[in-house]
Design a protein around this ligand. Structure first.
Ligand SMILES: *Cc1c(COP(=O)(O)O)cnc(C)c1O
Length: 390
């Protein structure tokens, strides 16, 4: 007879996954409000309010369009509205989400040219320049601002300097950058910028946001890709002119979005960015004392930190143990990094002190799996980093 250990989940849970994230109580309460009909003045006021509060997070004067979808829906919307069947596009593949651009292009009968980047690295602007030269027919360049699977960021400003001078649309997945660090799409020459609700916006999954540059709106009006649900010109007309959505919106999530954005603006954006930077720096400070290497030391993402697990230690087991025994959810690696990486997310409703819980749980898990280091050394490094910033 096999002995199956009964797992009693710990009462208190801590979410340090790079999406979904923990949601503030104020937002949870807002989403518990009774449903109202979405073709009413009451709903229009909330929709307008939420869309307006999103603009500074995107760094844009353009309309921010809300879609009832996960983030991938907005990725597809960008592709199908800015490219036609048979069109060529260049995409940066430095991880799982970059790879997804290639799949979205292929699924829509477009020709993708891949710029391959080693996991944990940022794409080099020279690679982009070279790809643009090799593929003058390319009509778009697709990249992640922050590649969540490898915890690295790509240099959007440098890429924008190359694409804005050409008839190449720069499409940026901002899913773990919007609300984490400053990326002003208008200043950077980004033509389509998009995100999802369950990362830095402190919301449950299910809502996506996208904004287009003026030249992208022009392109969207002429693109011939078959599309129905994600028809951005149609959504623009509904959301900007009629103060409604084309289809039934995710009403409760939009209530929550308005509240989450009020909290973000009350904290102020510079503070929000500083808080993420501090959480990231504190988490990274723990790596070396624990004898762990960072997967992306040269271009670390401010929203998620990737720690390589020691050789011979099963990272998946570590993640499971932290979750089942300690109630602390972090995320492992995907594909080639499966079992070799621990990703600690620091987005959503989290503060710098929460990183003590994350690193403490990591230390306990590592110790239980036989990794040797001075217990408490990582926690002390986090504390020291925090002490320097108050
Ligand atoms: C989470 C994430 C996505 C995927 O979004 P879904 O909401 O799962 O569809 C895409 N890109 C990046 C960079 C992400 O972090």
């Amino acid at each position: 007879m096999g002995c199956v250990r009964k797992v009693v989940p710990p009462l208190k849970k801590y979410l340090f996954t790079p999406g979904p994230v923990s949601v503030p109580p104020e937002v949870l309460l807002e989403m518990a409000r009774p449903i109202i009909h979405h073709r009413t003045r009451e709903f229009s006021a909330i929709l307008d309010h939420a869309r307006t509060l999103m603009q500074p997070l995107f760094g844009t004067q353009q309309e921010v369009i809300l879609l009832a979808a996960s983030g991938t829906g907005a990725m597809e919307a960008a592709v199908t509205n800015l490219l036609g069947p048979g069109d060529h596009a260049i995409y940066v593949n430095g991880g799982k989400f970059g790879e997804r651009w290639g799949k979205v292009l292929a699924a829509n009968a477009m020709v993708g040219h891949e710029v391959t980047v080693e996991w944990g690295r940022a794409v080099r602007p020279e690679q982009i320049e070279e790809a643009l030269r090799a593929h003058p027919e390319a009509r778009a360049l697709l990249v992640q601002a922050s590649e969540t699977s490898t915890c690295a960021i790509h240099p959007v400003a440098e890429i924008g300097a190359l694409t804005r001078a050409r008839d190449v649309m720069l499409i940026v997945d901002g899913i773990t950058s919007v609300g984490v660090f400053e990326q002003k799409m208008d200043d950077l020459g980004v033509d389509a910028y998009l995100t999802g609700s369950q990362k830095a916006l402190m919301l449950p999954p299910g809502l996506a946001m996208i904004a287009l540059s003026p030249r992208a709106w022009e392109r969207a009006g002429k693109t011939r890709t078959p599309r129905y649900y994600f028809d951005l010109p149609r959504e623009l007309k509904a959301q900007r002119d009629e103060h409604l959505t084309a289809w039934t919106p995710a009403v409760s999530l939009i209530f929550g979005l308005a509240k989450a954005l009020e909290l973000i603006h009350a904290e102020t954006l510079p503070q929000v960015y500083a808080r993420h930077r501090l959480m990231a720096e504190a988490t990274r400070a723990a790596a070396s004392p624990l004898g762990l290497k960072l997967i992306a030391p040269d271009a670390p993402a401010p929203g998620v930190t990737g720690l390589l697990t020691p050789a011979g230690l099963d990272g998946s087991k570590l993640v499971r143990m932290m979750r089942d025994d300690l109630g602390v959810s972090v995320q492992g690696g995907q594909d080639q990094m499966k079992g070799k990486l621990v990703r600690v997310g620091h987005m959503g409703y989290l503060g710098p002190l929460d990183m003590l819980a994350a690193v403490s749980a990591l230390e306990i898990g590592l110790t239980r799996l036989g990794h040797r280091f001075a217990m408490g050394a990582g926690v002390a490094a986090v504390q020291e980093r925090l002490a320097r910033s108050i």
